[in-house]
Design a protein around this ligand. Structure first.
Ligand SMILES: [Zn+2]
Ligand SMILES: [Zn+2]
Length: 146
């Protein structure tokens, strides 16, 4: 029988499903795919779950862009309609979330809200519309209705 990787002199028939090193009952960690050694069982900081600065920048760009263009349309079509500001905010939040790679983290929410506010304010739709849009954008990112 092979000797445990972590304990000299301890024989074991269990191997880590990932690195295939022999591990004894003192070390192995049950996982959905089988027993793993403590090294492989340790959760890695997932790149997918942690939002990167570049993704945040993309989210901000998307939010400002959609907010500004949408705000202009609202100004031309409905002269700063509140209802359309909410719709625009939701759209802006969704654009920011997609641009960030589908994240729903606080940072993306903040960036989406700020981007929507800046974009809508830039379009001249007014401070109230900007605030409404920002709130809707934050809701859109965090609630995940879409
Ligand atoms: Zn292992
Ligand atoms: Zn061991």
């Amino acid at each position: 029988m092979p000797e445990c990787t972590f304990h000299r002199g301890v024989e074991t028939s269990v191997r880590c499903v990932e690195c295939e090193r022999p591990i004894c009952p003192r070390d192995f960690v049950p996982t959905p795919v089988g027993y793993k050694c403590p090294d492989c069982a340790r959760p890695l900081p997932s790149a997918r779950r942690v939002v990167k600065a570049r993704q945040l920048a993309l989210a901000a760009l998307a939010a400002v862009g959609v907010g500004a263009v949408g705000g202009l349309l609202i100004m031309m079509l409905a002269y700063g309609s509140w209802l359309l500001s909410i719709a625009l905010g939701l759209l802006t939040g969704e654009a920011a979330r997609r641009a960030s790679g589908g994240h729903r983290q606080g940072a993306v929410v903040a960036v989406a809200a700020a981007g929507a506010a800046i974009g809508i304010a830039l379009s001249g739709a007014g401070l109230l519309s900007a605030l409404i849009g920002a709130a809707a954008a934050a809701t859109s990112v965090s609630s995940g209705r879409w």
